[in-house]
Design a protein around this ligand. Structure first.
Ligand code: KG4
Ligand code: ZN
Length: 343
């Protein structure tokens, strides 16, 4: 079979991204970050949609240019159908439908969470055939925290997930309480490097089965800050690095506990992590330690494929293309996508 060229669009949250793939190889992966949300300390959906509208065409053009291909070379258009913000998704889906219709090529709908995990199959990310099915997947981002049994490229079983906030959301909300910027995860990661992670103790939620809960720790941080600042207005400033390190450590420990339990329950020997929080240095270090202690193979992604990007949408679309799994032109966004299939 000759090579397949896919143009992939990701617009589920606050990053407009377009990638061009030739089979499983990424030719370009342009990510246009929206800075507008920083001053609000969180993503403002309406502003995100407006920014996607402004960025989508230029991002498509930039991705084509960087890949040195034209629209005539493209065999299929891939787009994130969900989960995500409705206005943001609509911008990407409308652009994708228009391209598919005008170029008369198939449209491929992609589940954003599934795509995060499939980023591990992008060419040259890992040595070929190293990551083998079935394996355990941990997807940790600003919107999702899930442990999944990955049976095949397109077949998954959710083993556990957060019952409230996502791990990234807990980091972002924690950063907001500490008066830091947005997104808070990478800021906490940096500040924690020089902090004492045992200085403060935060409660860990113990949830049944393989589920998580991160809303309690955020509240514990809020109460601690309210109490201490009353006595010492400079409490945050004087303890910032220790607060970040202790808070981050507790979140990472909860994730690692979940991973450990899932490995025991499933007897799987390989784990692949994905999503924005998988860029976290403490989580990466702890997973690597776990993997040498338990003789498990841990697969991490390069940072550019951890956070939201269209290359992961493209790789997921490549496997759907091989399966001739195409979408109809009347698809609408799925804001809350349970499981991985809409069939
Ligand atoms: O996957 P992603 O880009 O978007 C979603 O699908 O949510 O993840 C964004 C999340 C944010 O919560 C951000 O704070 C977090 O990933 N994040 C990090 C790091 N880099 C990004 N969290 C901890 N440490 C990091 N280095
Ligand atoms: Zn994501």
């Amino acid at each position: 079979m000759s090579s397949v060229y896919i143009l992939a669009i990701e617009s589920s949250c606050d990053d407009t991204s377009v990638a061009i793939l030739k089979d499983n190889e990424v030719l370009s992966n342009v990510v246009c970050n929206q800075r507008i949300h920083e001053k609000f300390g969180g993503v403002v959906p309406e502003l995100a949609s407006r920014d996607h509208l402004k960025n989508i065409i230029v991002t498509i053009d930039a991705a084509l240019k960087e890949a040195a291909v034209t629209l005539k070379d493209i065999n299929a258009i891939a787009v994130t159908r969900g989960p995500g913000l409705i206005g943001s998704l609509l911008v990407g889906i409308s652009a994708a439908k228009s391209l598919s219709l005008s170029l008369q090529i198939p449209l491929i709908e992609i589940n954003h969470i599934q795509a995060h995990i499939l980023a591990h199959f992008i060419k040259n990310v890992h040595a070929e055939n190293k990551l083998q099915f079935p394996f355990l997947g941990l997807i940790v981002s600003g919107g999702h925290t899930q442990l999944v049994l990955v049976k095949n490229y397109l077949e998954y079983e959710v083993l556990g997930e957060t019952l409230d906030d996502a791990a990234g959301e807990a980091l972002d909300k924690g950063a907001k309480i500490l008066g830091l910027g947005f997104p808070g995860g990478p800021i906490i990661d940096t500040l924690a490097q020089t902090g004492n992670e045992n200085q403060f103790t935060f409660p860990k939620a113990h949830i049944q089965e393989l589920h998580f809960s991160f809303s309690g720790i955020k509240t514990a941080l809020l109460y601690l800050i309210q109490k201490e600042v009353k006595q010492n207005p400079d409490f945050i400033k004087e303890n910032l690095n220790d607060l970040c390190a202790s808070y981050q450590k507790t979140i990472v420990e909860m994730l690692i506990n979940g991973v450990q339990q899932a490995l025991e329950t499933t007897n799987l020997k390989q784990i692949a992590i994905a999503g924005g929080v998988s860029a976290n240095s403490k989580l990466r270090k702890e997973l690597q330690q776990l993997s040498s202690a338990k003789k498990i193979d841990t697969f991490l992604l390069p940072l550019k494929y951890c956070t939201d990007n269209a290359a992961m949408i493209g790789i997921a679309a490549y496997y759907k293309y091989l399966n001739k799994d195409f979408a109809s032109l009347d698809i609408v966004p799925i804001t809350r996508w349970e499981g991985f299939t809409n069939k």
